[in-house]
Design a protein around this ligand. Structure first.
Ligand SMILES: NC(=O)c1ccc[n+]([C@@H]2O[C@H](COP(=O)([O-])OP(=O)(O)OC[C@H]3O[C@@H](n4cnc5c(N)ncnc54)[C@H](O)[C@@H]3O)[C@@H](O)[C@H]2O)c1
Ligand SMILES: [Zn+2]
Ligand SMILES: [Zn+2]
Length: 370
């Protein structure tokens, strides 16, 4: 069949919205009709060269849709099921899945290549194979994906908001709740309030932090942070350092979470300096892979027992967490509607990314037309 998709042919190019060919599902695969796709900064990294995929690639790794058809042997979903995709598939039986770390599933090894688990491709254009980012390619009206990427959700959720629990919400929320292990009474500082950071604010607040300090140079981001649980907002790491000193009698923050769009040495050092003895800094944002962006005084790390860690998908188990977060949304304890600043058609994708770079959006969402 044919499907309209946004393709990236190489670094520093725009998204090219074209009609591509899509094969039917093979063993363990499904045909999904995507209803919505979130505009995460990670896709933008492909354009900068901060994440290096196999080109050409259909973008998009935050997606929600409806199963249209299933291939042989599929047991997790059936036609008509509503699904939020996980940007890391989970096989259920590798070392990582079977020890409660589905976010590190071995099937994730090819998410930058974008092939399906058998090593072949379902998107094609004029004889060329195209990958789907994170084995998904949610910037397409339709895709063939592995059942291991599918998490069935209740039919009554609006997929144009539920889509956010495919990446931004669990990544941010889990950065606070799972990776930083925020505890009641903690002082937490979060650098960068985009689609990820705003959910770290929600997670830290929900976990009972006494103080949630949101750092972002943009006033619209700080305003949203205040609405969703930040107790304090500042525009720079320097201001945050002074504030944390005042709030903690010079002790330091319990947890720092780095969710800026492009991580650099300065923000990592600011987070490290902001935490107390025995404190934890979590780095969620991505960085130019050719650079050493974590440059820290090892003696201070040792003598002050500071922990510095990375996190993928908020260190969550997608199959459990996606449904749990939607239940919290239904209960009014997690905000999703407020996070969607603007919706776009697929043809408007380049405008959507320009708006992200201009700092206008907490999250932009593509609503697919069929
Ligand atoms: N680890 C994971 O599993 C995972 C998953 C998804 C996204 N990410 C990464 O998380 C990062 C954030 O993604 P996003 O979609 O929220 O991006 P975004 O562009 O929506 O938000 C980034 C925010 O950081 C702010 N910022 C930039 N420099 C800053 C600084 N020095 N101090 C304070 N604020 C600063 C910007 O103003 C912006 O509001 C990206 O690098 C993305 O690739 C990681
Ligand atoms: Zn993402
Ligand atoms: Zn696995």
């Amino acid at each position: 069949m044919k499907t309209k998709a946004a393709v990236l042919w190489g670094v520093h190019q725009d998204w090219d919205v074209i009609e591509v060919d899509l094969d039917p599902p093979k063993d363990g695969e499904v045909l999904i009709r995507f209803e919505a796709a979130g505009l995460c900064h990670s896709d933008e990294h492909l354009r900068h060269g901060d994440l290096v995929p196999r080109f050409p690639i259909v973008g998009g790794h935050e997606g929600a849709g409806v199963i249209e058809e299933v291939g042989p042997g599929v047991t997790r979903v059936k036609p008509g099921d509503h699904v939020v995709c996980s940007f890391i598939p989970s096989c259920g039986h590798c070392r990582f899945c079977s020890t409660g770390h589905q976010n590190l599933c071995d099937m994730g090894a090819t998410i930058m290549d974008g092939c399906l688990p058998d090593g072949t491709y379902r998107f094609h254009y004029q004889g060329q194979d195209l990958g789907g980012l994170c084995m998904l390619g949610t910037f397409s009206q339709y895709a063939v994906i592995s059942e291991a990427s599918c998490v069935k959700v209740d039919d009554d959720f609006d997929l144009s908001t539920a889509v956010l629990v495919g990446c931004g919400v669990p990544t941010g929320w889990g950065s606070a709740v799972h990776a930083a292990e925020v505890e009641p009474g903690d002082t937490v500082v979060i650098y960068g309030i985009g689609g990820i950071g705003i959910n770290a604010v929600q997670g830290a607040h929900f976990a009972g932090a006494k103080e949630v300090i949101a750092v972002d140079p943009l006033s619209n981001k700080r305003e949203m942070a205040s609405q969703l649980g930040a107790t304090h907002t500042v525009s720079s790491a320097e201001e945050a350092a002074t504030l944390i000193g005042d709030l903690t009698r010079g002790v330091g923050a319990d947890k720092a979470i780095v969710t800026v769009d492009i991580v650099n040495e300065a923000v990592v050092q600011a987070g490290f300096n902001a935490i107390r003895k025995g404190g934890t800094m979590v780095i969620t944002g991505l960085a130019d892979p050719s650079k050493y962006t974590v440059q820290l005084p090892g003696a201070v790390m040792t003598l002050f027992e500071k922990t510095v860690k990375g996190t993928l998908f908020g260190s969550s188990n997608p199959v459990y967490e996606i449904g749990k977060l939607l239940d919290l949304y239904r209960a009014g304890l997690l905000k999703l509607d407020e996070l969607v600043t603007k919706t776009y058609t697929l043809d408007e994708i380049n405008q959507g990314y320009q708006d992200l770079l201009d700092g206008k959006n907490i999250r932009g969402v593509i609503i697919h037309e069929h």
